[in-house]
Design a protein. Structure first.
Length: 63
């Protein structure tokens, strides 16, 4: 099954895996993938290449 990515997504799982396995500098990778060096640093330092959940971890609701 083909993976469908959000049209505004700059990185996806495949690009993140390439970033993590690359030996280039953050600046060179940022130029290659058209992102900021901070984004490259973030993905190099993460343990997994998957997106983190965006759901609220604690729901505060008063009935």
């Amino acid at each position: 099954m083909k993976q469908v990515y959000h049209p505004n997504a700059v990185t996806n799982v495949h690009i993140r895996r390439q970033i993590k396995e690359s030996s280039l500098t953050n600046f060179e990778l940022a130029q290659t993938f058209h992102t900021s060096p901070a984004t490259i640093s973030k993905w190099k330092n993460r343990e997994t290449c998957q997106d983190q959940s965006s759901r609220p971890h604690k729901i505060v609701c008063a009935l």
